[in-house]
Design a protein around this ligand. Structure first.
Ligand SMILES: Cc1cc2nc3c(=O)[nH]c(=O)nc-3n(C[C@H](O)[C@H](O)[C@H](O)COP(=O)(O)OP(=O)(O)OC[C@H]3O[C@@H](n4cnc5c(N)ncnc54)[C@H](O)[C@@H]3O)c2cc1C
Length: 448
């Protein structure tokens, strides 16, 4: 029986395993150095915040794996011997494979800062990081102040986590406005305000220079490039992630930033594939980045590869970009492409609406000549994925999007609706006369 071995039990490895099992009777082994069972990494923060126990982050019961003949191995793969099709674990155990799936995710970036390996300095990626945070920052008595370095999605999550235990937080962000390499300026500005209102000491345009040690090797302060010294006991390094592929050195598997793969997620070595955060596309798909460290990408790659491995060769074809996250209590969704000022193309124009009082806003990108709808960002309003996906595929124009915007709303019943205000703002900005249509369930479900 063909033996499929998967290194990594995150969303990509587990999705591949589940789908291979659905499609075949192959022997499947999943190896992880992190946890016995698959858990949702995106839910780690809620464990620290007391909203759930760690077991609640595991989407499948513990019996699921044995019942579905998915063999789990807890161990670290230190070497891949592609010539002999075998893995060597840190424990010296060897595992033979017929087909190998590398799904080893990411690791937190460290940029060689002086003091980056001191005690009290950590990232937020793994279950072990969560346990370390619990030890380093159980409360504000033990952790008098934390400094977070790096203003992305994980940095703001870490700030929220620490604030939930009333730990004072200073947040060093290299950019002049939060996440403005990704978000257009109106949104980025709104998030700056929101961070400050949550009593997080946001320091924009500020870099970490060094972390200073006490006499026992613990972090006791950080020094910024502005010459400021900030006393602290915990330093969170959240300046992005990189593919976790160091163990592949000498294996002959081609790597760049990540494991190089083609559209079929195949590496340069026969029967070796890579998916999820650790995979790097030879040729980026559309405007997507060659490495996409996001949950949905791992899931889609896992599904596509399972088909290929089971004989229905299928390219990874992710369709329109979408993602969701949150900034403290503001939910964020994005569909299609809405670029920041830094990467916006000449033909891309933005329509921005913001609620006069609340932290709710929408930015819609469109082609300045044809008015074709290119993408939408929403903050504090939930949108319906299928509708936006359909409008992107159908290349609808802005007038259409405005007219039918209510169809796209996905907020629960009795939530305040803002489409009338959005459309009226659009009309006044562009001297248009669009009337907002009533939501129609018939239209919504017509093509889904
Ligand atoms: C705190 C946090 C919040 C996030 N929030 C969001 C979000 O809101 N939306 C979103 O889209 N994405 C989010 N992400 C990113 C998302 O979680 C990742 O993109 C996704 O989990 C990657 O899945 P993966 O299967 O590729 O890798 P991973 O989940 O990293 O799994 C890889 C596994 O392989 C193991 N492994 C690595 N090397 C070896 C080895 N040599 N031997 C054995 N095992 C090994 C690792 O220990 C790990 O368990 C978040 C990430 C973090 C850390």
């Amino acid at each position: 029986m063909e033996h499929i071995v998967i290194i990594g039990n995150g969303i990509s490895g587990i999705t591949a395993a589940r789908h291979i099992r659905k499609l075949s009777d192959k022997k499947i082994t999943i190896i992880s150095a992190e946890s016995n069972y698959f858990f949702s990494r995106t839910a780690l923060m809620y464990v620290y915040m007391g909203h759930m126990k760690f077991e609640h982050t595991q989407p499948y019961e513990n019996w699921f794996w044995k019942k579905n003949r998915l063999d789990l191995v807890n161990g670290y793969v230190s070497k891949v011997d592609t010539a002999n099709k075998k893995l060597i674990l840190k424990s010296s155990e060897e595992i033979k494979y017929d087909k190998l799936i590398i799904a080893t995710g990411s690791k937190s970036n460290k940029f060689g800062w002086p003091g980056q390996d001191l005690k009290g300095v950590q990232g937020l990626y793994s279950k072990q990081d969560l346990e370390l945070l619990e030890a380093n920052a159980p409360n504000s008595e033990v952790c008098k102040r934390a400094v977070i370095v790096g203003g992305g999605l994980i940095g703001i999550e870490l700030a929220e986590m620490l604030r939930s235990r009333e730990i004072p937080v200073t947040f060093l962000v290299r950019e002049t406005s939060f996440w403005n390499g990704v978000l257009p300026k109106g949104e980025s500005r709104m998030i700056n305000e929101h961070i400050l209102e949550h009593h997080i000491d946001l320091k924009l345009d500020t870099n970490l220079k060094e972390i200073i040690s006490d006499e026992k090797g613990w972090a006791k302060a950080v020094v910024t490039d502005k010459g400021e010294t900030i006393p602290c006991t915990v330093v969170g390094l959240t300046a992005g992630v990189t593919p976790n592929i160091d163990f592949l050195k000498g294996s002959g598997i081609e790597t760049g930033k990540g494991v190089k793969v083609n559209n079929f997620l195949e590496t340069n070595i026969a029967d070796v594939y890579a998916i999820g955060d650790c995979a790097e596309q030879h040729d980026a798909i559309g405007s997507r980045r060659p490495v996409e460290a996001v949950w949905y990408t791992g899931r889609m790659m896992g599904e596509a590869l399972a088909q290929t491995i089971c004989g229905n060769k299928r390219a990874y074809n992710p369709g329109h970009w979408f993602n969701s996250a949150k900034f403290l209590d503001i939910e964020y969704q994005t569909y299609g492409w809405v670029f920041s000022e830094k990467s916006k193309k000449d033909q891309e124009q933005h329509f921005h609406w913001r609620h006069p009082k609340e932290k709710i806003c929408v930015t819609i990108a469109f082609h300045k000549d044809t008015k074709q709808f290119l993408g939408i960002n929403t903050f504090g309003i939930r949108m319906r994925h299928e509708i936006l996906d359909r409008w992107l595929t159908e290349k609808r124009n802005m007038d259409y999007v405005m007219e039918y915007l209510k169809d796209a709303n996905f907020d629960p019943e009795f939530y305040a609706q803002y489409e009338e205000n959005i459309v009226s703002h659009y009309n006044s900005l562009y001297s248009a006369n669009i009337a907002s249509r009533k939501k129609s369930w018939k239209r919504i479900f017509s093509n889904i």
